[in-house]
Ligand binder design. Sequence first.
Ligand code: CA
Ligand code: CA
Length: 274
Amino acid sequence: MTLPKKLQIFSFWSIVFFSIVFVANSCSTDSEAFGDLNAEEEPLGDNMDPDNSDDQNGAVTNDCPAGGDTFFAESSGLISIEFENNSFGGDWELRNDANDVSGQGYMVWTGPQRLNQPGEGMVTYLIQVNNPGTYQFLWKSSFRQGDNGTEHNDSWLRFVNANDFFGEKASDGSIVYPNGSGKEPNPEGSSSDGWFKIYRSGDDNSFIWQARTSDNDAHDIFVTFSEEGIYTMEVSARSSFHGIDRFLLFNREMFSRQAAIDAADTFSSENNCD
Ligand SMILES: [Ca+2]
Ligand SMILES: [Ca+2]
């Protein structure tokens, strides 16, 4: 009689466990709360070089990718890419119903929210870096549903073979690293497996250049490429109806934030492997 009894207990606790997991997932809420609504856009200082490590998390190659993968080359410290200029699967939709976007429009995720589960609707951008250094990441995005700027305002971002990937707060230089990166401290709010949740703030749903992580504690986004080579950037779906028009990476030693945004108006990175 002991085995059936154990099985009964096991079954009982399995049901309890999975019920808890289910409820926890069902109740996942997404909140940067009100804190980042009032976050100021603060320009970076000129000499805020963080203590970057040279940890190598994956292979960097100088070979052009096979199979016609979408591929972009950095030039003079700038990478400027229309987000929609790639192959999209899943529930990404191309739209062009806004007058403050460029290229063919913007992409929006119309599938289920993935608030704590990065990796759905994965899009990969291969980036050839010729001027190694630390680059700031920005994207131009908007929330395309409702009027609450903390909803539908974020997606996931990861660099799998960069030398460092971190958030930095302009006001005090504090640093955060993604959960799962093996580095600390980690951001407030969701992050896992090397991914940052990247959000934009404010209830005005125009497309704005802004990319931040850590809820109520906005940190700008940086990635370090320590040597020339081809790096992999990944975006995946988080909030539904987050519209992304384009993105920028600029070498912080070579560009101010505003100079990079101004340059992006007339510059798009090109495929050097054709
Ligand atoms: Ca949000
Ligand atoms: Ca666009």
